[in-house]
Design a protein around this ligand. Structure first.
Ligand SMILES: [Zn+2]
Length: 416
C-alpha cells in the first residue's frame, strides 16, 4: 500500500484525510469538487527504484500497490491490469512513425479498461466494509463493476441508458447485477445513480465521482513505462467519455516523474467523437482562459462508450492533459469506423468503435502535423469489439452464402 497522504479538491484545493470523504469535496459539490488522491511523493521517491516492481510476480495492477491507496490484500481474485502491449513496426513505418505500440486494454476479464478502476474501487469497498456497490455507466464501467461485484459477493446495482449495446446488457445480467435500464441519456442515468446511492447507502463506482477509479486507471501508464523498460513514448492517445480514464493515464505518467522513475512525460491526447466532444470543447475554453466546466452538450455518436454530453470528470481530464503538454482531437464517426477496421486488419486487435477512436485520432494528428514524423506513439485500446458487434459490422460486407460444394468456393475466389 502506498504512502497515502489524503484527498485534494481539484477546484478549491482543500485537503481531506484519506477515507474521510468518499466522492467529492463537500464544499464544491459533485463534478466541480472532484478529488485527487495525493501521496507522500518524496518518501516514495526515496523508496522506489527502476526495479521496484520487478520483484513481484503478480501479473496485475496490484504489482504497483506501493502507488495505490488500497492494499492488494483487499483485491478480489479477478485480474485487472497486466494487459499486452503490441509493437507494430510495419504500420509505424507506413505512417512515418518511429515506433507504434498498441496497448490492448480489451484483454481484461470484462473486456474493457474499466476493470482497472473497478478493481481498486471494489477493493476500497471491501476495506471500508461497504455492503453493496452501484454505478452509472454507458456500459463498460457497469459490466466491469458487475463482474468484480460478483467476484466479491457484493449486491450490485447498475444504471445504464436503455439503448446500451445488447452484449453489455448480457454481461450485466449474466453477472447477476440488478439492472436499471434508464429511459433517458447516460447523463440522466448518472445523476439518478448518485441520488439512489445516497438514499440506499451503496458504494458508488461511477466515473468522475469516485477518486479510487482514477487510481486504478493510472496503472495503465505504469505498465507502459515498465513494458518499455523504463521509458515512455512521445505521445499517448486514448478515447475520452467522462474523462476518468485519461485523467488516470495522465496521473500515472506524471506520478512516475514525481517519484523520480521517469524524466519525461508523454504528451497525452484525448480523442472524442465530433458529435460528443464536451471535454474537447472544455479544453479549448481552458486554453482561452475561460472556465472549464461545461453545460450539458448534445452527445451523438455511434461510439456508445464515449457518448457523454455532461462529462463527470471534465475538470480532471482537461487539467491533466494540459499538464502533460497534450491536447484533444475530435474525429467523425466515419473516421472511427474506418479506424476500427484498419486496426483489426493491420494489428489483429478487435476494438469497439470508441476503443478504436485513438487510431482515428492518430491519423488526424499526423495529417495536422501535431504528431511529427519519427514520433514514438502508444494507443490505448479501451474496449473489445465483441462488446458491440453491430457497431463493428457497420460498413462491412455480408459474407457470401454458398452451397456446401467446392465448385462454389472456386466460383467465389474467381470473382475476387
Ligand atoms: Zn472544493
Amino acid at each position: 500500500m502506498g504512502e497515502l497522504l489524503g484527498l485534494r479538491c481539484l477546484t478549491c484545493g482543500r485537503d481531506y484525510d484519506a477515507w474521510s470523504v468518499d466522492y467529492f469535496c463537500p464544499h464544491c459539490g459533485p463534478v466541480a469538487g472532484a478529488l485527487t488522491v495525493e501521496y507522500e511523493y518524496r518518501v516514495l521517491a526515496r523508496r522506489l527504484g527502476p526495479a521496484s516492481f520487478a520483484d513481484t510476480r503478480r501479473n496485475s495492477l496490484w504489482r504497483y500497490d506501493s502507488l495505490l491507496p488500497v492494499s492488494g490484500e483487499y483485491a478480489v481474485p479477478l485480474r485487472a491490469g497486466g494487459t499486452p502491449i503490441y509493437d507494430c513496426p510495419t504500420l509505424a513505418k507506413e505512417l512515418g512513425l518511429g515506433r507504434l505500440w498498441v496497448k490492448d486494454e480489451s484483454q481484461h476479464p470484462t473486456a474493457s479498461c474499466k476493470d482497472r478502476g473497478t478493481a481498486v474501487a471494489v477493493a476500497a469497498a471491501r476495506m471500508l466494509e461497504r455492503e453493496a456497490v452501484c454505478c452509472a455507466s454507458t456500459g463498460n464501467a457497469a459490466t466491469s463493476l458487475a463482474g468484480f461485484a460478483a467476484a466479491a459477493g457484493f449486491p450490485c446495482f447498475i444504471f445504464v441508458p436503455k439503448n446500451a449495446p445488447r452484449a453489455k446488457i448480457a454481461q450485466l445480467l449474466a453477472f447477476g447485477a440488478t439492472v436499471f435500464a434508464v429511459d433517458g441519456t447516460y447523463d440522466q442515468a448518472s445523476s439518478l445513480a448518485l441520488r439512489a446511492a445516497e438514499k440506499f447507502g451503496w458504494y458508488n463506482r461511477s466515473d468522475g465521482l469516485n477518486p479510487m477509479v482514477v487510481e486504478g486507471n493510472k496503472t495503465a501508464a505504469l505498465e507502459v513505462w515498465e513494458e518499455l523498460h523504463g521509458e515512455v513514448p512521445d505521445f499517448a492517445l486514448v478515447a475520452v467519455g467522462d474523462g476518468s480514464v485519461i485523467g488516470g493515464i495522465c496521473k500515472g505518467f506524471l506520478e512516475l516523474g514525481k517519484v523520480g522513475l521517469s524524466g519525461k512525460v508523454p504528451k497525452v491526447y484525448g480523442v472524442q467523437a465530433q458529435g460528443a466532444a464536451a471535454v474537447a470543447h472544455a479544453f479549448a475554453r481552458f486554453q482561452d482562459g475561460r472556465p472549464i466546466l461545461p453545460a450539458e452538450e448534445r452527445a451523438e455518436t455511434l461510439a456508445d462508450s464515449i457518448r457523454v454530453g455532461k462529462p463527470m470528470d471534465a475538470l480532471r481530464a482537461v487539467r491533466a492533459v494540459a499538464e502533460t503538454g497534450g491536447g484533444y482531437v475530435t474525429v467523425s464517426d466515419e473516421e472511427i469506423v474506418a479506424g476500427a477496421q484498419e486496426l483489426a486488419r493491420r494489428v489483429g486487435v478487435f476494438a469497439e468503435p470508441s476503443g478504436a477512436a485513438p487510431f482515428a485520432g492518430l491519423l488526424r494528428l499526423l495529417r495536422e502535423g501535431t504528431v511529427p514524423e519519427g514520433a514514438r506513439v502508444v494507443l490505448f485500446i479501451t474496449g473489445s469489439g465483441l462488446k458491440d458487434p453491430e457497431g463493428a459490422l457497420r460498413g462491412l460486407p455480408e459474407p457470401t452464402v454458398i452451397p456446401p460444394q467446392l465448385e462454389a468456393v472456386d466460383e467465389v475466389l474467381g470473382e475476387r
